[in-house]
Design a protein around this ligand. Sequence first.
Ligand SMILES: Cc1cc2nc3c(=O)[nH]c(=O)nc-3n(C[C@H](O)[C@H](O)[C@H](O)COP(=O)(O)O)c2cc1C
Length: 140
Amino acid sequence: MYIYQLSYVSQSVGAMNDHELQDLLAKARHYNVSEQLSGVLIYSQGLFLQLLEGEEDKVNALFERIKQDPRHKDILVFFENYTKHRIFGNWSMAYKATKDYDLEAKKGIEHFIQGFHNSSVVCTKSEWFDVLNRIQTQQS
Ligand SMILES: Cc1cc2nc3c(=O)[nH]c(=O)nc-3n(C[C@H](O)[C@H](O)[C@H](O)COP(=O)(O)O)c2cc1C
């Protein structure tokens, strides 16, 4: 069975502090574990980038809820993929403050955000994969 991966970018409505992010993550992880969903959330410069991965119906059901969430707006899906292997198989929703990633991962995130601001052509699939794989190696 194939794993469906979906990534979107969205704009935070108001700055999220660490407490608010941790609260969001705790609830998200609880739900995601129960649905065998995995992924990563990046929050940088007022933007959310998220990868959701799992059974396609479950990813779509969660994404419908996420789209209704008043904490963000201007949600843009930029990546969909079917794969045999999850990138964040050990993570119901990985998260690290962007400043805590290594330089290469930070550059990847920065490159993505620049591309988004400049043209809305966010970045290529392989560039996004590189960012995801890079940050996956740094979860602990
Ligand atoms: C950027 C962002 C990412 C989110 N990611 C998840 C997630 O991975 N899993 C989850 O259950 N909720 C996530 N949420 C929270 C959902 O939008 C929603 O609040 C939660 O599923 C509760 O839904 P309900 O209010 O319909 O019960 C996220 C919210 C935001 C703003």
